[in-house]
Unconditional design. Structure first.
Length: 465
């Protein structure tokens, strides 16, 4: 789809014009493709990074794998803050209110900046004790601490990249964030190779390489958003609107309250889901360094399978957000159903491929045969859950676009803690890593079913900001 045609179809939403099924599908696919490519390239980046570290040895792999779930927790908190504001922007753009959209953007820069500084101090502060809290041994604690401390120090740049990217995507611009994320992946691989192998910094080199790649990408993403975005630029162009308050960066009560209403359930969900991932890591840790490394590598490999789902979910968030802002309820529901169908179809195919090629994918990650065998078993268990995992991912993107975050968060947390962790606790001692991944597959399948039920019931579309 040409850029002008995609822009025209997005305008159809705001103008209340009728769209054919073919036009809807083309719009979903073409908004999804750049995001899918970026998600896949990001996964390949982690894939290559993990492979580089994996070739250093099981100890180094275990050091990163130990703190990986905690890193995701902080990443989720960053994302929640960004979405609290960007969903508001999507609704304003859907209503053709670009002045208020930019007003929300200004406030988000201040609020998210302060939030990221708090995350920085917390992450760096806990880094010396974190490996021991997670059940890691003294042999991997030092490297795990270094890796997480560098990650924590990068929190403001993670936040800037997340905020700028989500704002652009919610405005309908998937291309620029996706291109920059692909560029970041290339930079990350290059910098990691230099720091890990040429400078010989090992695990610390992996962290530094990723940090520099994020800094470059975050700065470029912010520049495009603030200076060049047709819908949202606030510098270097003529000011929009006559309300002088729209030019201020001082956070306003209503905007912050709405951002909290959207973002707080997401943040709380990420906090408890991240905590659950940490507990899962603690369940795996007593199984030994081989199991820790296999678990970490298998998670990285599996992400190749579900990244297309996240790309489609991002497109769904944009379309649903703008559709609700435009008051197009029937069109919004149609976008939602078609997005979920597309996500399930794509991830089912990816799950089949993952099942077939699991040994080869694990072999890329590490030369250690024991890790390959453990990881292959885990991936083949997880492959059966991919269709319902797709339903969970895309439905969640739909609910976020509608501003409906509280009930889905409760559903996710109930499934994670009540199903996955409970089963993993009882299965791990007897079945090892296979038991942990069996619990994960059951959880994801159950969660997909209950998310589909909520989607079909339609209460999410009644949400008002």
């Amino acid at each position: 789809m040409a850029k002008s045609e995609k822009t025209d179809l997005l305008a159809y939403i705001r103008e209340g014009r009728t769209m054919t099924q073919s036009e809807k599908l083309r719009l979903i696919v073409n908004l999804s493709i750049p995001s899918i490519l970026a998600q896949i390239s990001s996964t390949i980046m982690f894939f290559i990074d993990a492979s580089m570290v994996g070739h250093l040895g099981a100890r180094q792999s275990a050091a990163i794998g130990l703190v990986e779930s905690t890193s995701w927790l902080f990443g989720g908190l960053v994302s929640a803050a960004s979405m609290g504001f960007s969903v508001q922007v999507a609704h304003y753009i859907g209503a053709n209110d670009f002045d208020n959209a930019r007003h929300v953007l200004r406030q988000s820069l201040v609020c998210c900046g302060l939030w990221s500084l708090m995350l920085l101090f917390v992450a760096v502060g806990i880094s010396p004790w974190l490996p021991y809290w997670l059940g890691g041994g003294a042999d991997i604690a030092h490297e795990a601490t270094l890796y997480f401390a560098v990650f924590g120090a990068a929190a403001p740049f993670f936040q800037l990249e997340s905020l700028a990217g989500s704002m652009l995507k919610c405005s309908g611009n998937m291309k620029i964030p996706s291109m920059l994320n692909i560029m970041m992946c290339v930079l990350d691989v290059c910098f990691n190779y230099i720091f890990i192998f040429i400078f010989g910094l090992g695990v610390l080199g992996a962290a530094l390489g990723t940090l520099i790649a994020f800094i470059v990408t975050a700065c470029m993403m912010a520049w495009f958003l603030l200076m060049r975005s047709k819908e949202l630029a606030i510098f270097g162009r003529e000011r929009y609107g006559s309300d002088s308050s729209s030019q201020r960066f001082l956070p306003q009560k209503d905007t912050v309250k709405t951002a909290f209403k959207i973002g707080a359930p997401m943040g709380f969900q990420h906090l408890l889901m991240g905590s659950a991932q940490i507990v899962s890591t603690m369940i795996v840790a007593p199984l030994g360094n081989i199991a820790i490394a296999a678990n970490s590598f298998a998670i990285t490999v599996e992400s190749l399978c579900y990244m297309p789902g996240y790309g489609i979910a991002e497109a769904a968030t944009t379309l649903v957000g703008q559709g609700i802002g435009a008051g197009q309820r029937l069109l919004t529901r149609s976008f939602a159903y078609m997005s979920v169908g597309l996500g399930i179809s794509v991830m089912t195919v990816m799950g089949i491929l993952m099942y077939v090629f699991a040994p080869e994918l694990m072999a890329i990650m590490t030369p250690v045969e024991a890790i390959i065998q453990e990881g292959t078993q885990a991936l083949r268990i997880e492959a059966w859950a991919e269709p319902m995992f797709a339903a969970t991912i895309v439905c969640n993107g739909i609910f976020i676009g509608a501003g409906d975050t509280l009930i889905p968060a409760i559903m996710s947390l109930s499934s994670m803690w009540g199903v996955r962790l409970t089963l993993a606790y009882f299965l791990a001692p007897r079945y090892g890593l296979r038991g942990v991944w069996t619990a994960m597959a059951i959880d994801l399948s159950f969660r997909g079913i209950i998310f589909l039920a909520r989607l079909i019931r339609g209460r999410w579309i009644k949400t008002k900001l």
